[in-house]
Ligand binder design. Structure first.
Ligand code: GLY
Length: 565
């Protein structure tokens, strides 16, 4: 028996109509396709895997399976079959747009106090390191779902490049070393993780080959048996036994009961562009639309840089405050989506913004910010029929929970940390945590992952990035750059800034703000928090219909590869 697959078309269709007068479109006839295909991903081996599948007769959806599965092998610190993600799909033949929700779920024995000690204090590492931190993975079920429903090739064909990469290995890079160094202690605690991802208990040298024979065998089982090869049978038993022996709470029923969901994307309009993005359990689409609705009330292009930045930051501040209070898994909690994404609501928020002074986050109605993961990955794909995929995938922190159940090769996620570990209780700042994202059995934890399409008569942009809570503002910068006429390379390279309500400070990359802009923002009352290093790893594909041209770019901050063929 397969894990149940359900189709949940949530109420977002009607909301989309309110915002833009139309939902993610389902048109009658396929428009002409682009002249070339394009893939942008965070690793050259994954981009090559996608093209291998495209040239073998697959479509963008098959390629997305190949790229996702290969990223799971060669970028183990970012995503994996022990994790989950969101795959935003556009099918050219009928204009169908869907988000395949392969987000992890809380195990059946999970409860709201599971990361608190006897005194009710949160024990921080418990939701980050080791077996107890892991949600039930969604990626294997999502890959099978995409293959069966949208792909042209058998799952086994699309998984073949990933299986090869797991067997033959990949070379350690600077990025790998940075991530392994960051998680060294936790990786050492899991013998099966250390045996694969470390070398004699240390961070491997550049060029060292990481081979993953157990993961190859697990992928082969999935290739042979479908998702059942993961959620049932020998692999499932090893996952559960390994997890429980290390303090986890997974059961065979948790795995067998995992359900992929299909959801209608959220859509909105900004400056003549249609934005198609991720609905809950992602907070991405809602927050993006709130910010865009707020700033669309200003003529930003007529304002000086400091005022423009100030107003955008104030919009971010308000969207992230709402994110913390209202957003969670809509299968469990009511989220006022219609209100949060409406222009009237945005106008109300806009009315609280002063042109000449920064708001203080503590002046807004208080609520605690949600934690959000630090590592994740994104892929953008366009095929020559015009099918597209924007997928953002995660195991949360670098190397997830740093725990591998012996014999499986599966690095488990620590996505449980994306839940609110202690809702309803004041934190150290006296703020109240969010109920909407409290832990409950089988519930999906709130995410920031925001795979997005930007559409107009002129063409299409496919955008996304990793980066935890900064994902949403990075995608926002991408949309604003596209709107301003930037090309794919400029979009991914653009310097970034971010505000997330709390901490009440604008974080910005080195070089994002010059001295004058910093002084002007401080004069308006903003706290500035310059960052030591850049962040994000955006992958973008653009199809300019007018010029009949396809372009793609991979963020210069990462080690990815974008190709047009
Ligand atoms: N774990 C990162 C996110 O889902 O936002």
């Amino acid at each position: 028996m397969k894990p149940t697959i359900t189709t949940t078309v949530i109420a977002t269709l009607s909301i989309a109509m309110l915002v833009v007068g139309g939902c993610a479109s389902e048109r009658d006839a396929a428009p002409p396709g682009p002249p070339q295909a394009a893939i942008a991903s965070a690793h050259p081996v994954a981009t090559a895997a996608g093209f291998e599948v495209l040239t073998g007769g697959g479509n963008a959806f098959d390629a997305a399976i190949a790229v996702s599965a290969t990223l799971a092998v060669v970028e183990p610190y970012s995503s994996g079959i022990g994790g989950g993600g969101f795959w935003l799909l556009h099918r050219a033949q009928d204009g169908m747009q869907r988000m395949v929700d392969g987000r992890e779920t809380a195990p059946g024995a999970a409860h709201r106090k599971m990361y608190q000690d006897a005194n009710g204090e949160v024990v921080p590492k418990l939701s980050v390191d080791g077996a107890l931190a892991a949600g039930i993975p969604g990626e294997p079920a999502a890959l099978e779902h995409i293959a069966q429903r949208y792909g042209r090739l058998p799952l086994a064909r699309s998984l073949a490049p990933a299986i090869r990469a797991a067997r033959e290995g990949f070379e350690v890079t600077e990025q790998y070393r940075r991530m392994a160094e960051f998680r060294l202690e936790a990786l050492r605690a899991s013998p099966a993780a250390a045996a694969v991802f470390l070398s004699n208990g240390e961070v491997p040298a550049i060029g060292h080959r990481i081979r993953q024979p157990d993961l190859a065998a697990t992928l082969e089982t999935i290739a042979r048996e479908g998702a059942d090869g993961f959620y049932r049978g020998a692999v499932a038993r090893m996952l559960v036994e390994g997890s429980r022996a290390a303090g986890g709470i997974w059961t065979l029923d948790d795995l067998a009961g995992y359900q992929v969901k299909e959801r209608a994307p959220l859509t909105g309009e900004f400056g003549g562009l249609r934005i198609v993005s991720a609905p809950p359990p992602s907070s991405g689409g809602v927050a993006l639309l709130t910010i865009l609705n707020i700033i669309s009330g200003y003529s930003l292009e007529k304002l000086n840089l400091a005022t423009r930045t100030h107003l955008t930051v104030e919009a971010m501040r308000r969207a992230y405050r709402d994110r913390a209070e209202y957003l969670g898994d809509m299968d469990f909690v009511q989220v006022p989506l219609r209100r949060l994404t409406s222009r009237d609501y945005a106008a109300g928020l806009r009315a609280t913004i002063r042109l000449d002074r920064a708001s203080a986050s503590k002046e807004l109605r208080p609520v605690a910010p949600q934690p959000a993961g630090q590592h994740t990955t994104h892929l953008s794909i366009l095929d020559t029929e015009g099918n597209r995929v924007a997928a953002t995938l995660s195991i949360n922190y670098p190397f997830g929970a740093c725990f591998v159940p012996p014999g499986t090769g599966v690095l488990l996620n620590d996505e449980m940390d994306d839940f609110s570990a202690k809702p309803g209780v004041a934190n150290v700042y006296g703020l109240v945590g969010a109920e909407a994202n409290a832990i409950a059995p089988r519930k999906r934890m709130l995410s920031s992952m925001s795979p997005t399409f930007v559409e107009s008569e002129q063409g299409v942009g496919i955008i996304g990035t990793p980066g935890g809570s900064r994902i949403i503002t990075m995608v926002l910068h991408g949309i604003l750059a596209l709107h301003a006429g930037a090309d794919a390379q400029q979009i991914v390279a653009k310097k970034r800034y971010h505000h997330q309500y709390l901490p009440d400070a604008i974080q910005f990359e080195p070089g994002a703000f010059d001295a004058q802009l910093q002084a002007e923002l401080e004069l308006l009352g903003h706290q500035l928090q310059p960052l030591d290093s850049d962040y994000g790893n955006m992958q973008t594909v653009i199809w300019d219909r007018g010029a009949n041209k396809v372009s793609a770019a991979s963020d210069p901050r990462g080690e990815g590869l974008a190709e047009v063929r």
